[in-house]
Design a protein around this ligand. Sequence first.
Ligand SMILES: CC(C)(COP(=O)(O)OP(=O)(O)OC[C@H]1O[C@@H](n2cnc3c(N)ncnc32)[C@H](O)[C@@H]1OP(=O)(O)O)[C@@H](O)C(=O)NCCC(=O)NCCS
Length: 179
Amino acid sequence: MPLYVRSAVENDLAALKRLDVEAFPTEPYPYFVLRQYFDLCRDHLLVLDDGHALYGYLIATPPEAGLSWILSLGVTLDLRGHGLGRRLMVESLRQLHSEHAREVRLSVAHDNDRAVSLYQHLGFTQTGDVRNDYFGPGEDRILMTLDLADSAAPAHETPPSAPGARLNAGRTAGPRWSW
Ligand SMILES: CC(C)(COP(=O)(O)OP(=O)(O)OC[C@H]1O[C@@H](n2cnc3c(N)ncnc32)[C@H](O)[C@@H]1OP(=O)(O)O)[C@@H](O)C(=O)NCCC(=O)NCCS
């Protein structure tokens, strides 16, 4: 079944909880935190759906004074490495750009190679040194930032022919996150 990106609805919360546990098994969000993000972020909580189940999610904050944060991103274990994390990120960045966000920030563990690589390929750059104990004792993170202010309007998502299909495959110009 083709996968598509959509905003989460209230009925997704139980599946979101399962996805979050799979993505972050050692420190998943409590259900009530997901509930609160759903209430606060609404359209900016995106899910990957095939009509039967969810395979990934992303939580972004609505732009405030031009600034948004990507709070969480996860893809089911069996579908990692097929471009789905990238697809969620691109769709979120497209949405934030259309809402006039100028800057997007996120935090990531420096040894999370796949995530760091994804963010770098989308144009995020590290800001400052490693932030020791950023999420509590021993939970160091780096902060990364993407400047959306000078980016051209991104293209919309191209319906994929397979779960891992790339967005707008074949584009050769434009900001990296619109490819
Ligand atoms: C991080 C995560 C969301 C990425 O999603 P994904 O669908 O696996 O990633 P993609 O297939 O879209 O690949 C994204 C990038 O990872 C890189 N990548 C793919 N496989 C990789 C591997 N085995 N090692 C290192 N980097 C890899 C690729 O460079 C790719 O970038 P590109 O498309 O610009 O070339 C996913 O792996 C995940 O859920 N991890 C657990 C939760 C997590 O760590 N979330 C991020 C917290 S900040």
